[in-house]
Design a protein. Sequence first.
Length: 134
Amino acid sequence: MDFIIAAQDIGVMSLGLLSEQGELIEETFPIAPEQYLQTIDQFFKKNQVQLEKVKRILVVPGPGSFTASRVSVTIANTIAFTHKIPMISLPNPEKKSLQELCVDFSQQSPSETIFVAPLYDRPPMITQAKSQVL
């Protein structure tokens, strides 16, 4: 079973479970990034799935909101690292639904990786300290 995490917009996260037969269980949550971990835990409990059953993590790294992309990718990387689960990056520039992404995924053979980096829809604007003359 594959676990899918997608959060491209700051107020929405989609989670999915994709069986080896191609059946998708998905749910979209109107939540802030601070609630991602709790929501993932509840999603697993609701669907009676344990992490030991997850064979791969499919994560949408963006492009999208800086915070949503960073937090969702960080969570996916952490789960993958701590449980030794391979990952697959599913960039989603058209912001397709999980159902559409799974159809695309089944027609490709993306390579597994151990780390995914977030993708942004524009260059990051990191706050820069202004020097002050005293």
